[in-house]
Structure formats: C-alpha cells, structure tokens
Design a protein around this ligand. Structure first.
Ligand code: HEM
Length: 504
C-alpha cells in the first residue's frame, strides 16, 4: 500500500527531523494568550511563515523553519468551540504535569522542581530551527514583532540555562537547543551529553519518503523478515493506523484534526557527573571493559552506534568497525538499523533493559508465540514514536551534575496515551512485558535514592557463566519541564486563526 500525503498541509516537523537536514540550532518559545481575538490574529501572522512538509531540493530548502502547536488550555484561550474541545483525549486535556504519576516524574523530576515557566499556563509553542544562530535570531526577531503587533499574547520567561550566545539565566524568554560539536568546537557531532551517538533510529511511515532504503530497520517487520513503512495513522490524524482504523484521538470536525498530530515536549536534564562516576565504578566489576558496559546500558556502542546484537564483544566490534569504515553511506545506515533481537531473546548480547531495546523491542515480544499476531512486530507497531529533539546546554564539568544540559526531547504520535505514555510507564519504568519484574531502563528509569535500580545482563545459555547484576543504579536523567501539544495542519491553523471552526 502506498499513500500520497498532502505534504503542503502537514507541518514540516512531523515529517522531517530537521536536525538531519542540517538545521543544527533551535529556539523554542512558549506564549500565553490573553485575548481570544488578538491571539487568533497572532496565529494568523505566524501561519504565514509556518514550514510545511513539502519535499525540499538543494534550491528550495529554507535556511530557517517555523512551526507552531497548542496546549489544550491554549486552544480554549483561542476560543475553539466547545463541541471541538470535548473531542480531545483526556491525556492531552490534563497536560503533562498532571500525568506525573503515569510518567514516573517523582523525586527530582517532580513538577515542583521544573523550570519556573512550567508554573505558568503555557498556551502556544513556537519552534524555530535554523542552519545558524543568526538565522534563528532573525526569525526570532520577526516572531517578537508579531507578538508586539498582535498585542494579545505574552512571551513567557522562566527557562533555566544558557542562550545561544552563552548568556546564563534562570529566567530566559526561550529555550535554545543545538547539536553538540567535537572537541574542536566546529565539527558537528551526533553525540548527546553521555557520549552516545544518537539520532539513528526513527520510524518511517507510509507517504513519508520515496527512499525504500530508509525503511530498513525503521519501518515495521514483515513475516518474511523484511521492513515496510508503518501506517501513517500511527503518527498523523485522519489516516488509517496499524489497527486499520482512524485514530480515536481526533477532535471534530475532521478538518480540524486531519493531518494534525500530538507532541510531547520534555526537557530532560542529564546527570553527567553521576553517569561518569557510575560507569567508572561499575566497569571495575564488569568483565568486558568500560565501553562494552556503556554499550550495554544503551544497546549501541558510544563511538559509532554499532548495534550490540551484531557486536557483542570487542572482537566482533573491531570486525564490524572495519566493514563500516569501508562501506558507502546507504550500507552504513543499513548496518546501523537492520537488526532484530530474535537471535538474542535472553538478552545475552543486548540486555533487555538497554535503553534502545526497552523502547523499541522490535519483534522480540511476540517471538515464539505462534499465530497470535499478523506480523512479528504487531505489539510494538502500536507503540512507535517519532523523535524530534536536540541537545541543549554544555556539560562543562564532566564530574558534576550541576548546570543545565540535556535533551529537549520531543515525541510525535497520534495517541499520547497509547504510544508515548505507555512506553514511558510500562517499558522505561517497569518490565512486566519483558519478564524482568521492576527493573527499569538503565539510562532513563526513575531510579530512586531510596530504592536504587538494578538490572541483569544475561549470558549465552549453556555458557556456564553467571549473569551479571548491575546494582545501585542512580537517577541519570531528570525531567525539568514539559507539556502536551496539538500540532494542527496548515488548513486547521487558518481555521483557528479565522475563528471559523464549525464542529457540526
Ligand atoms: C536524556 C535522555 C535520553 C538519552 C540520553 C537517550 C539516548 C538514546 C540513544 C543513545 C539512543 C540510540 C541511538 C538511536 O538509535 O538513535 C536512543 C534511541 C532511542 N530513544 Fe532515547 N534517549 C533519551 C530519552 C528518550 C526517551 C524519554 C524516549 C522515549 C520515551 C526515548 C526514545 C528512544 C527511541 C524510540 C530510540 C530509538 C530506538 C530504536 O528504534 O531502535 N529516548 N536514545
């Protein structure tokens, strides 16, 4: 089945991860609507520059993008009809902070510790992604002018961190984000603050790309062992999903929800000092060395992202590295993504609690279950999420957790409860589906000070070796803020701006 999407109607960030198109800098703005009429005027102004998902070539790619989304309270402040508002799902209506028990946002991640902007009522999110800081700054100035001209919205302050020019504050009027750079400070890197290569795995859905190679390891598994794109409705409303239904999270009328999606915005602080100390300590008792241990936490080696299932020890990694270095780019991408966990069901190569395996177990949950499912990944195909984030800040002192550095994590999905929240609650913070009791995702779990985490690294069956236990896992990642947003189509933006949504 191939599907033609109306790419001119869909916001660009849904279809494209801007970071992989060379947009290395971003600024996120959050606004409050104080007046419905004037707020709609502001939406109209921004809509004129919203970036669609139209395909780019060398000449048509812009140097800066702009996208917009709304919280439930934002849509209410913009005076959407009640008959439309009641069609939104309860998770979105409640917003992220009220879902803290489901998300495991406890202890240092509790909303009471979030950046102070999240104590405000946030209504609108605007993202500016640029190829340079100057591009972002120029578009930011334009947005600021529209704020002033409309007179009905306020830019909210209260982000902790540094802006793109290195100015620190706990009251910034925006959140800046950027890829990290190699030590020379100029070579772009795909690393995040714990030193892992990131941004490799991201789902591919029907209509997103004509490039069949991109589907390998990123679409859904077929019975024959191949890969095909996921159903569009897993990520965009108004399209058939993996259950062959239209997503049930769509508000009325269809024109408001078609080609829209939901976004989870989460500011995740990384405890770099604690991570480094923990890795050093644990590697003293792990028979395999520090880098293999780090790989076991994530599922990929830190230096180049080699998947552990194909490189379970240093010897196989060295072989893989040689082939990788000699391969062309499409082959390299295939080497990074084309795998399942079916040859490693016990987790002897890639532990079941490795971050990547927890979040996308590929076909392994159904492995060995005869005839119960149509496809080998039927369970995970309903839990996939698009990642659209970037790192923020600099970890200046590798021995300390202090400062402001982490990932601005943005997930897009058609159903926040079924997709993001399920993954966060059941696969990151519990392990019933993996038959691992309460063991959490090593990197992301909400390991507590009172009850530090533990996970088990299995060994090859029949090897005669004991499994390896990793104990006393501290909290490595903390939530510093966030909310749930609705990203409308460009048609719907015009309807919202015009105040002409007829829900009948
Ligand atoms: C500071 C926080 C985080 C860090 C440092 C981190 C790090 C990583 C790394 C190193 C990878 C492997 C590279 C890749 O496959 O792209 C990865 C993959 C992934 N992560 Fe995270 N991550 C973080 C938060 C999250 C959260 C909160 C979620 C979801 C709730 C998530 C979802 C994913 C997904 C879906 C993949 C791809 C898995 C696959 O398709 O095989 N990550 N992450």
């Amino acid at each position: 089945m191939t599907q033609n999407l109306d790419l001119t109607d869909i916001q660009g960030n849904i279809v494209k991860a801007y970071g992989s198109f060379g947009f290395f800098k971003a600024r996120y703005l959050f606004l409050r609507v104080d007046n419905g009429d004037k707020g709609r005027d502001f939406v109209a102004r921004i809509t004129s520059k919203v970036t669609s998902a139209e395909r780019w070539n060398k000449n048509s790619a812009p140097s800066v993008t702009t996208n917009i989304a709304f919280t439930f309270s934002g849509l209410r402040a913009l005076e959407l009809p009640t008959a439309s508002l009641i069609g939104f799902p309860s998770d979105f209506v409640m917003g992220m902070s009220k879902r803290k028990d489901i998300l495991g946002d406890d202890g240092p991640s509790d909303p009471e510790h979030w950046d102070k902007i999240w104590q405000e009522s946030v209504h609108i999110w605007i993202s500016i992604n640029g190829k340079s800081v100057e591009d972002v700054e120029e578009r930011y100035q334009w947005v600021s002018q529209q704020i002033d001209a409309s007179g009905g919205v306020a830019l909210l302050k209260g982000h902790r961190g540094e802006d793109a020019f290195g100015n620190p504050s706990d009251d910034l009027p925006y959140q800046d984000a950027s890829i990290l750079y190699e030590e020379d400070g100029i070579t772009p890197s795909s690393k995040e603050h714990f030193g892992y290569t990131d941004g490799i795995g991201d789902p591919v859905f029907e209509g997103q790309t004509n490039n069949e190679k991109r589907v390998i390891g990123r679409g859904k598994l077929t019975r024959e062992g191949g890969w095909v794109p996921l159903a569009t409705g897993e990520f965009i409303l108004g399209h058939i999903d993996e259950a062959m239904e239209y997503p049930k999270t769509a508000p009325r009328p269809d024109l408001l929800s078609n080609n829209a999606t939901y976004m989870v915005y989460r500011k995740l602080h990384q405890n770099v000092g604690t991570f480094n100390k923990f890795l050093d300590e644990q590697s003293k008792v792990f028979p395999g060395g520090k880098e293999l241990l780090a790989a076991k936490f994530s599922g990929r080696w830190r230096d180049n992202g080699a998947p552990l299932v194909h490189t379970p020890d240093e010897a196989s990694k060295a072989e893989w590295d040689k082939k990788f270095a000699a391969a062309d780019v499409p082959t390299q991408k295939k080497m990074l993504t084309d795998f399942t966990y079916n040859e490693d069901i016990e987790g002897a190569k890639c532990p079941v609690s490795a971050h990547m395996r927890r979040i996308n177990p590929r076909g392994s949950l159904e492995y060995g279950v005869k005839d119960a499912f149509n496809t080998p990944g039927a369970l995970v195909d309903r839990r996939r999420i698009l990642r659209r984030g970037l790192p923020y800040g600099k970890a200046k002192d590798q021995t300390s957790d202090d400062g402001n550095h982490g990932i601005i994590f943005m997930v897009l999905n058609a159903d926040i409860k079924r997709q993001f929240e399920f993954v966060q609650q059941q696969w990151i913070n519990y392990a019933n589906d993996f038959k691992q009791g309460n063991d959490k995702d090593v990197l992301l779990g909400n390991h507590g000070a009172k009850c530090p985490g533990k996970v088990v690294f299995e060994v090859e069956p029949g090897s005669g070796k004991p499994p390896h236990f990793v104990n006393n896992i501290p909290r490595l990642v903390e939530t510093r803020g966030g909310d749930y947003f609705f990203i409308p189509s460009i048609t719907a933006l015009k309807m919202i701006a015009g105040g002409i949504i007829d829900p009948t």
